[in-house]
Design a binder for this molecule. Structure first.
Ligand code: GTP
Ligand code: MG
Ligand code: NA
Length: 345
């Protein structure tokens, strides 16, 4: 209803790349968590969302933004991790299709790999802007770590041999990107962010270059997509995944990218045996997870039947982020996917 002037929503950032390039580790570093070591075989098998509040971005980019030149206007970053294993191309495609901007992670020591190329194709197809994180710089022979320092500063402190090896590997990868039809260069040398892909060298182990990566992502989203990020009070959300959680039953992870949710708002989801309605018990605050009781009501049932939407029986978990969250008047079944588990609102 009331479009709020100058209010921006959080950009949705999707992390893509070949298996084991360090996607989850980079996120672990940003949110100070340790998800990666808990994964079976260290392999991500699902798509997951993390909200990074703007204060975290401010804290982590302090070494770059001392003069306060860049105003940070977004409430935070909503980052989606995807698996790099070849068998999860459906999840990569899903993540890249709903994001505003992507971080493509490439292992500096390996260069482009099959799922890197697959990811590039997805990004091109969806016309999704992206940056490259050239990860694992700490693995260069002789690298001296300076934890959490920005890239140019830590690079200055390295020996001549390290600088040469970095340059060689980096140039080789820029060449491989060119073979994929991409103009790319180191981010601080990029003169045209609309035509050239920015490359940020990082280490998820030492945190070097992570400030640069966070700053770049905020800059790009604010500069290139202010209009797209303008907050409007129209609900827009996407089901990420349906899964069974112990103690909660079947749950649905939903990304709410536009609109607001308030206490008392009614939510309607279609179920196999009919529609499921639920009311928000609280005004959502950021990054809370709410579970809803399941109830089926007649009106909603009729509405879903009319729309012919796929039906789920489920408890619902909503990941609610900040003022992202909204007011669901009706289900809009925009798209029926082949995979019934992944319905669109
Ligand atoms: P999938 O989700 O399975 O595709 O992998 P991923 O891209 O999320 O990579 P993950 O975070 O699981 O990291 C893979 C391995 O690389 C782990 O053993 C990490 O500890 C290691 N690793 C990640 N980032 C770095 C880095 O910057 N430096 C070094 N030395 N190792 C790293
Ligand atoms: Mg992972
Ligand atoms: Na991994």
């Amino acid at each position: 209803k009331n479009a709020l002037a100058n209010e921006l929503r959080s950009p949705i950032i999707c992390v893509l790349g070949h298996v084991d390039t360090g996607k989850t580790k980079i996120l672990d570093h940003i949110r100070k968590s340790n998800v990666q070591t808990g994964e079976a075989g260290g392999i991500t098998q699902q798509i997951g969302a993390t909200f990074v509040p703007i204060q975290t971005v401010k804290d982590r980019t302090e070494c770059l933004n001392q003069k306060g030149k860049l105003e940070l206007n977004v409430p935070g970053l909503l980052i989606i991790d995807t698996p790099g294993h070849e068998s999860f191309s459906n999840l990569r495609s899903r993540g890249s299709s709903l994001c505003d901007l992507s971080i493509l992670v490439i292992d500096l020591m390996h260069g482009l790999e099959p799922q890197t190329i697959e990811s590039i194709k997805l990004l091109k197809k969806g016309k999704t802007p992206f940056v490259v994180a050239l990860n694992k710089i700490d693995r260069l022979y002789g690298w001296v770590a300076h934890d959490n320092l920005n890239f140019t500063a830590t690079m200055k402190k390295q020996t001549e041999n390290v600088k040469i090896e970095f340059k060689d590997r980096c140039n080789q990868i820029l060449g491989q990107l060119a073979e994929q039809g991409l103009n790319a260069c180191l981010y601080h040398e990029n003169k045209d962010i609309r035509k050239t892909v920015s490359v940020v060298p990082t280490s998820a182990h030492t945190g070097e270059g992570i400030p640069d990566l966070m700053m770049l992502v905020v800059q790009l989203t604010q500069r290139m997509m202010a209009e797209r990020l303008a907050f409007v009070d129209i609900l827009q959300c996407t089901v990420l995944e349906v899964k069974v959680l112990l103690g909660l039953g079947t749950t649905i992870d939903v990304i709410l990218s536009q609109g607001k949710l308030r206490e008392g708002d009614q939510i309607v989801v279609s179920g196999l045996d009919g529609p499921i309605t639920s009311q928000l018990q609280h005004d959502p605050t950021y990054a809370v997870i709410l579970a809803f009781d399941v109830k089926v009501d007649k009106d909603a049932q009729d509405m879903c039947k009319e729309m012919g939407v796929t039906l789920f029986t489920a408890d619902i978990i909503y990941h609610l982020f900040d003022n992202f969250t909204a007011h669901l008047a009706a289900i809009k079944a925009k798209k029926k996917e082949e995979n019934a588990h992944l319905a669109w609102f």
